[in-house]
Ligand binder design. Structure first.
Ligand code: SF4
Ligand code: SF4
Length: 362
């Protein structure tokens, strides 16, 4: 199973869609349980995947080192804002299977959302990761909002040649009032996002025709589900199924982003067993009657349970999922043909290769 271990609430940035405001009333600012309890809990899992999470987990490099040494057989993932990556030793960096660095696209877009100068500092960190000889999966993790041009920003990140994959999450359904960072969310969706997805897919297919599989995570992940049936019907991120968050005080969450919601707390590392957590919580409501459930999986447990934008807002976001899935179904046979022509097996589009915290559905 995948465990997101929150090491701290502190991040050091105040991005427009998050405004990082550490609140000890929600969970302690820093990890405050005895690591021997974590050791006992995770040792009951034969095949653990550990994702360091925050805040920015790189605020706590000694904890990262200690936990990595504690579980020599585990797979490791980190989600970071990328600003302190050079505070980690080369050996530790090479020990990760996946490193996800937050960056939103072109310099002006990243700096608009995350703060002036952030783009350059993040790329400095990314180049350090490469210099360390990291051979795992280096992922640019974008938040996509009203200032994003999905075609230009994803293409820019791919063409930097530094990342193995680019993944994005829409800035939707996690705030209230709804759609605060869009002038008109519906107009943006239909007038900007959908045409951008079409252009991006055309580019991806042109490259595929030449035998190049560009690392655009949602395209690969959804096409792999379409063509192989992999994890059909399951929430792609695994939240509440085989992925869980651990708060700084040891509570176990279905989805790591929301310790303040009661529905989301499913245990505690001092008393729960990993084997009993599988499938603790599933999506419900509109997803259960949706013809896209097999491929979409319900998109996001948090959004499904909280409905922060109401049913209409939720349905509008579903339009983005249905559009993307429909476009990928349209081209699936051609993708299969190109893969065969170039002798690339299905593994060539398998994404993620293991549960590495990528949500697949934006
Ligand atoms: S498209 Fe919307 S309603 Fe359908 S399964 Fe996905 S999130 Fe649920
Ligand atoms: S997609 Fe939703 S449920 Fe899954 S980890 Fe992200 S916020 Fe949580």
């Amino acid at each position: 199973m995948l465990y997101y271990i929150t090491l701290t609430q502190v991040c050091g940035l105040r991005c427009k869609y998050c405004q990082n405001t550490p609140d000890p009333g929600i969970q302690p600012i820093r990890l405050n349980y005895d690591l021997s309890i974590l050791r006992r809990f995770i040792s009951m899992d034969d095949d653990p995947i550990i994702c360091f999470y925050g805040g920015d987990p790189l605020m706590e490099p000694e904890l990262i080192k200690g936990i990595m040494e504690m579980f020599p057989e585990a797979k490791f993932v980190i989600q970071t804002n990328g600003l302190r990556i050079n505070g980690l030793d080369r050996d530790l960096i090479r020990r990760f299977s996946t490193i996800l660095v937050s960056i939103d696209g072109r310099r002006e877009v990243t700096d608009y959302y995350r703060g002036v100068g952030v783009y350059d500092r993040v790329l400095e960190g990314v180049r350090y990761i490469r210099r360390c000889g990291f051979e795992g999966d280096l992922v640019a993790r974008m938040a996509v909002s009203g200032h994003t041009d999905i075609y230009m920003d994803v293409r820019h990140l791919i063409e930097l040649g530094l990342f193995d994959h680019v993944h994005w999450q829409l800035d939707v359904l996690w705030d209230y009032p709804p759609a605060q960072r869009y002038n008109d969310f519906k107009a943006w969706l239909y007038g900007n996002y959908f045409p951008g997805i079409n252009k991006l897919l055309d580019w991806w297919l042109d490259e595929l025709a030449d035998g190049n599989v560009l690392g655009i995570a949602p395209f690969k992940g959804i096409l792999y589900r379409i063509l192989t049936g992999y994890r059909l019907g399951l929430l792609p991120c695994g939240s509440g199924i085989d992925a869980f968050g651990i708060t700084t005080d040891g509570r176990i969450l279905a989805c790591p982003i929301a310790p303040e919601y009661k529905f989301n707390v499913v245990g505690h590392i001092s008393s729960s067993k990993p084997g009993n957590l599988y499938g603790s919580i599933w999506v419900d409501g509109p997803c259960l009657d949706c013809s896209y459930l097999d491929l979409c999986g319900g998109r996001c447990l948090f959004a499904n349970k909280t409905m922060l934008w109401g049913v209409d807002g939720f349905s509008l976001v579903c339009e983005s999922v249905k559009f993307l899935i429909d476009r990928l179904i349209d081209v699936a046979d051609y993708v299969k043909y190109c893969l065969e022509v170039h002798g690339i097996g299905m593994e060539g589009i398998k994404y993620p290769p293991f549960l590495n915290s990528i949500e697949v559905i934006p």
